[in-house]
Ligand binder design. Structure first.
Ligand code: NDP
Length: 231
């Protein structure tokens, strides 16, 4: 992989899969920026931007810089609970983070630098295709994101945009801790019998952004798909 002439932005790059993607993109030679909501352990060689994805003007200013690669990674799992118990504000925050912020980021990126040579990776999930009891907001947000990915490909694929949905399987991050706390054992859901290290999806995301994957676009890419049933 050689991304030495590319600039990249990873949202939520401070931890989990986003951090691994930022490191992989850096390793491939890209000039990497990432967002975080608060200063933490910096990534050497990358540029950190303190920015909440829900702060539209802040995101617009950042995306207006015209990155070549946009990894829409920031996401939230909750609220977890049956629909009749879900707090409408928590539902709205989930959709705003998992779907609307990604829309806004892509729209600003397109306006800033046009579709040609732009690569977008939207972090999807098996939950985009399967309803999971107690996760209605997450499933709806990720399903919406999957359709956003397809719409982008439909509208701009012919003008040189490469866009992917990327479902990373079941990865050992803070999000899985939240899932475990809700009574689901993530390990029992994956055929491999263990959780993926974030470096695995991180490397796959960088590969999708590289010239090696030039002929691919518009797909929802799945690794380590899981059955994911309530224990
Ligand atoms: P984590 O919970 O470990 O990290 C989530 C990241 O998103 C953090 O950097 C967090 O920032 C950031 N974030 C959340 N809300 C906002 C916001 N409003 N503004 C800016 N940043 C925000 O998640 P993962 O690394 O596990 O997940 C990354 C992506 O992959 C998500 O979109 C998730 O849905 C998807 N995914 C993950 C799977 C897994 O098994 N882990 C499986 C399928 C999909 P902060 O540190 O400030 O909270």
């Amino acid at each position: 992989m050689n991304l030495s002439n590319k600039t990249a932005l990873v949202t939520g790059g401070n931890r989990g899969i986003g951090r691994a993607a930022a490191l992989a993109l850096l390793g491939a030679g890209a000039r990497v920026s990432y967002t975080t909501r608060r200063a933490g352990e910096p990534i050497a060689g990358a540029t950190e931007h303190i920015c909440d994805m829900l702060d539209a003007p802040g995101m617009d200013a950042l995306l207006g810089q015209g990155f070549d690669i946009l990894v829409n990674n920031a996401g939230v799992i909750g609220p977890i609970g049956r629909l009749d118990q879900v707090d409408p504000n928590a539902w709205a925050k989930n959709i705003a983070t998992n779907l609307t912020a990604a829309f806004r980021a892509v729209q600003t990126a397109l306006r800033a630098r046009g579709p040609r040579g732009l690569t977008v990776v939207n972090l999807s999930s098996g939950a985009a295709r399967r309803p999971l009891e107690g996760w209605s907001a997450y499933c709806a947000g990720k399903a919406g994101l999957a359709m956003l990915t397809r719409s982008l490909h439909e509208e701009f694929g012919g003008q040189g945009l490469r866009v992917f949905g990327f479902a990373p399987g079941v990865v050992d991050t803070g999000m899985q801790g939240e899932i475990r706390a809700s009574g689901i054992n993530p390990v029992s859901q994956v055929p491999q019998g263990d959780l993926a290290n974030p470096a695995e999806p991180g490397q796959a995301i960088a590969w999708l952004c590289s010239a090696a994957a030039d002929q691919y676009c518009g797909q929802e890419v799945d690794i380590r798909d899981a059955a994911f049933r309530q224990a």
